[in-house]
Design a protein around this ligand. Sequence first.
Ligand SMILES: C[S@@+](CC[C@H](N)C(=O)[O-])C[C@H]1O[C@@H](n2cnc3c(N)ncnc32)[C@H](O)[C@@H]1O
Length: 423
Amino acid sequence: MQPDSQFLELDVTNVAHGGVFIARHEGRVVFVSDAIPGERVRARVRRQKSSFWEADTVEVLSASEHRRDHVWASASVDRDPAERAGGAEFGHIALAHQRSLKETVVTEALSRFAGIDLPVTVSAVPGDDAANGLGWRTRVSLQVDDAGRVGPYAAGSHTVIEVPDLPLAHADIAAQIPRSGVPAGTASIDILRTSGGETRVSLRAQQRRRGRAPVAAADAPTIVETVGGREFRLAENGFWQVHHGAAQVLTEAVQNAVNRGLFDPAAGNLDLYGGVGLLAAALGDRFGAGTRITSVEASERATTHAGENLAEWVGARAQTGRVDQFLDELLATAGGAARDRIAAGTVVLDPPRAGAGKRVVEQLVELAPAQLIYVACDPVALARDLGQLTAAGYTLTGVTGHDLFPHTHHVEAVASLVRTDLA
Ligand SMILES: C[S@@+](CC[C@H](N)C(=O)[O-])C[C@H]1O[C@@H](n2cnc3c(N)ncnc32)[C@H](O)[C@@H]1O
């Protein structure tokens, strides 16, 4: 029996992490795409693993009240699964219900991977409900195949799907999709629109690995992004939040997540995985020009910009380095007074999708700062790190969820932790 020739009728019971939904067939878990909990669907099996199968909905037999026409016809369940554009896995679900499913994913991750029972609310970015969650992407990467076709990959494969539109992106971005004449050797095309309304198109010879931040070449042009009237300079191919409202939302979320009574502007405060200094600036804005804070970031180009972006805060500095190496050095060299300053400090960390990980969490526990604000784009990685932190002397005091990626399964969370002896 070929897996792709097998059709199943499935009762969909829950949402899983990663944009798929849970059903069972003869006791085995089936992760099925393009469904909604409560629905009965006909699905085609795509992959059989020993412990679970993967399948794609091909027909909705009993539709959820939350089902809508897909916001992107190129990703609709009416198309063959191999022809559905990827990147909008929740586009067939009413926007408010998408958020409730994301709440389930974050809440269940905390329970399963951290043993923490804390219902999390996921909030919309202001303006998104009125726009039905469309037009928010300021950055899009399109792939180019050997035949010169340009578009996103199909969901779950590396087949390029040509698309007439990009409804999740700002209209200026879709207008820049090259329809022909892409130079030979181009593997992908990055299109961005700055907050000032400038669009930039760059061609890449090599594909970027999914989920990886781009490496900012030393000679990439500099662009300017504005957040609440403040300008940030960065490399055109450097990391920046994708949703046009995300930088402002995260600025406020981090400011609100800080326990003010425990914040000491003179302490050894840190902004880990700092990029071009967005979240260090958030603390500087909230706690004043004298706030001491060191922003640590692996990309030298980003750190150079962070130095410029944070220039108005006399106590702020930006350092290039891997977070684990920076913390190792701190642990090896910081004397009593410096260790005391760290122990009185606030650490903001905003790691890539994989999370901070075991080693960095161990280093933080050893340094024992008074509070941690953890910004996460992957709820499972966050939950694993929170489990380790709460078992080693920190108390979780709150988690907020933010729908920075409408119509996709992605969700951002901001967690506040206080050293347990101070909680
Ligand atoms: C999710 S981004 C956050 C950037 C910044 N906080 C912001 O909101 O704009 C993660 C950043 O971590 C950097 N990074 C990834 N791995 C790192 C590591 N091991 N050490 C230091 N920085 C790292 C990336 O270059 C990227 O700029």
